[in-house]
Design a protein. Structure first.
Length: 381
C-alpha cells in the first residue's frame, strides 16, 4: 500500500512523508476519519513508507521485501488488532485478532485498503445484532507482542483498527504502553469515533485527522469507475459525502435498494408527523428499531440529506441541489415544511439519535423519541 494508491489526500500524504523524512515520528498516533476517506489505507501506507528501505520522491518503493510484506499485512514487525466476534460463541470464549487475520487480509486486498466496519462484520457473518469487540485478553497480547525485539524492520508497529471497540478494561491496559513505549515502537490507532475513546488515550496520542475526500477528486474517481455522464458523476460525487466507499456503492447501484427503503421510511415519517398520527409514529419507530445498527445509521444520514435538500428547495436555490426522480418529486412538495425555523432542530434530533444508537441506546426508545420530536417540529412550523 503506497501513498500513490490512496485517492486524494495529497496534502496529508506530503505531511506524513515529511514527518518520516525529518525524523519526527510520534510513538503513538491516532488516525481519525471515515473508512471511505481512506484512514486505514493511509495508516498502512504510512507504515510502509516508514519501513521502506528504498523510499524516494515522497513514497515507498513498493518492491522491497518490507513493502511487499506490509502491503500484504504479513510483516513480522507489523501487528494488527481489530474487532472480532462470531455467531454461536461459547460462554467465556475469548477470540483474538490473529484467529481472523487471514480473512481480514483477504478483505483488505479486495477493497484495496478501503474497508468499513460493516464490510468486516459482514465478512464475519455477525448478523444484525452482533458487533465486533476488542477484549482485555487482546490488550494483553498487544503488550506481549511489543515486548519482543523487532525481526527485520527498524520499528515494531502495532496498528489497532477501531479502538473504540475496546472495553474499558482493555483500554486501561494499553495506557501504560502508550505513555512509555519500548524504544522504536510505533502505536497507531485508526478510529472512526474518537469521541468514544477514553480521554486518557486521546491525551497520549498525536491526532492525524483524515478529512473527507474532495468532491472534485471523487468526480474523477466516478469517471474512472465507468460513469460516463458528467452530470451523473457530479451528482454521485456530491452524494458520496467525501467517501470513496459510498461513491463505489452509488456507481455500482449496490445501495439502490437500501436508499429506496430509507426514502420510503423518511416519507412515512414526514407524512405521519404532519398529520399528528402519534400511534402510527410509535409503530413506525418499532419498525425502524428492527433494522441493524448500521442500517439505522444509514437511514439517519439519508434523512439528514433529504431534509437539507428540502430546505434548499424551500430557499429557492435548487441549482445547488442533488435530487432526481422520486426524491425530487417528494421533496419539492415537502419543502414548504422545512425552513430556517426548524431545519437546525431537525438535524439536531438526527445527530442526537445517531449518538444514542452509537452508545448502544435502546433503538425502540431512541426512534420513538425521535419520531415524536420530529412530529412536533414539522407540525408546528
Amino acid at each position: 500500500m503506497r501513498f500513490a494508491d490512496i485517492i486524494g489526500q495529497e496534502e496529508l500524504k506530503r505531511h506524513l512523508a515529511r514527518s518520516v523524512d525529518t525524523g519526527r515520528v510520534s510513538h503513538a498516533q491516532l488516525f481519525t476519519g471515515a473508512a471511505g476517506a481512506g484512514s486505514l489505507a493511509l495508516a498502512v501506507a504510512y507504515v510502509q513508507y516508514l519501513c521502506c528501505r528504498h523510499r524516494h520522491d515522497g513514497d515507498s518503493c513498493g518492491e522491497c521485501p518490507d513493502c511487499r510484506q506490509i502491503a500484504a499485512l504479513a510483516h513480522p514487525d507489523f501487528h494488527l488488532v481489530f474487532p472480532v466476534n462470531k455467531q454461536g460463541k461459547k460462554s467465556g470464549e475469548v477470540m483474538l485478532s490473529d484467529e481472523f487475520l487471514p480473512r481480514f487480509r483477504e478483505l483488505f486486498a479486495e477493497r484495496r485498503g478501503y474497508v468499513s466496519p460493516q464490510d468486516w462484520y459482514d465478512r464475519l457473518d455477525l448478523g444484525k445484532t452482533l458487533k465486533g469487540m476488542i477484549s482485555a485478553r487482546e490488550a494483553d497480547e498487544i503488550i506481549r507482542k511489543l515486548s519482543f525485539k523487532s525481526f527485520e524492520a527498524d520499528y515494531k508497529v502495532m496498528l489497532v483498527w477501531l479502538p473504540e471497540a475496546m472495553n474499558e478494561e482493555a483500554a486501561n491496559k494499553i495506557l501504560k504502553i502508550l505513555e512509555e513505549p519500548w524504544e522504536r515502537t510505533l502505536f497507531i490507532l485508526v478510529s472512526e469515533r474518537p469521541d468514544r475513546l477514553l480521554p486518557t488515550i486521546l491525551s497520549r496520542t498525536q491526532e492525524v485527522a483524515v478529512p473527507r475526500i474532495a468532491p472534485a477528486v471523487l468526480e474523477r474517481a466516478a469517471f474512472d469507475s465507468g460513469v460516463t455522464d458528467p452530470v451523473q458523476a457530479r451528482s454521485m460525487a456530491r452524494l458520496a459525502g467525501g467517501s470513496l466507499l459510498e461513491l463505489q456503492h452509488l456507481a455500482a447501484g449496490e445501495n439502490d435498494a437500501l436508499r429506496h427503503e430509507n426514502f420510503g421510511l423518511f416519507c412515512s415519517l414526514m407524512r405521519l408527523s404532519y398529520n399528528d398520527k402519534h400511534l402510527e409514529l410509535v409503530a413506525w419507530a418499532e419498525e425502524a428499531a428492527q433494522f441493524s445498527r448500521e442500517q439505522q445509521r444509514a437511514f439517519l444520514l439519508d434523512a439528514a440529506r433529504l431534509l437539507r435538500e428540502s430546505f434548499m428547495l424551500h430557499a429557492a436555490i435548487p441549482e445547488v441541489g442533488y435530487l432526481w426522480g422520486e426524491e425530487l418529486a417528494f421533496c419539492s412538495k415537502f419543502a414548504p415544511f422545512v425552513d430556517s425555523r426548524n431545519i437546525e432542530p431537525l438535524i439536531a434530533q438526527i445527530e442526537s439519535a445517531s449518538a444514542q444508537l452509537s452508545q448502544n441506546g435502546n433503538p425502540t426508545i431512541v426512534f420513538t423519541h425521535f419520531a415524536l420530536a420530529v412530529s412536533k417540529l414539522i407540525k408546528h412550523l
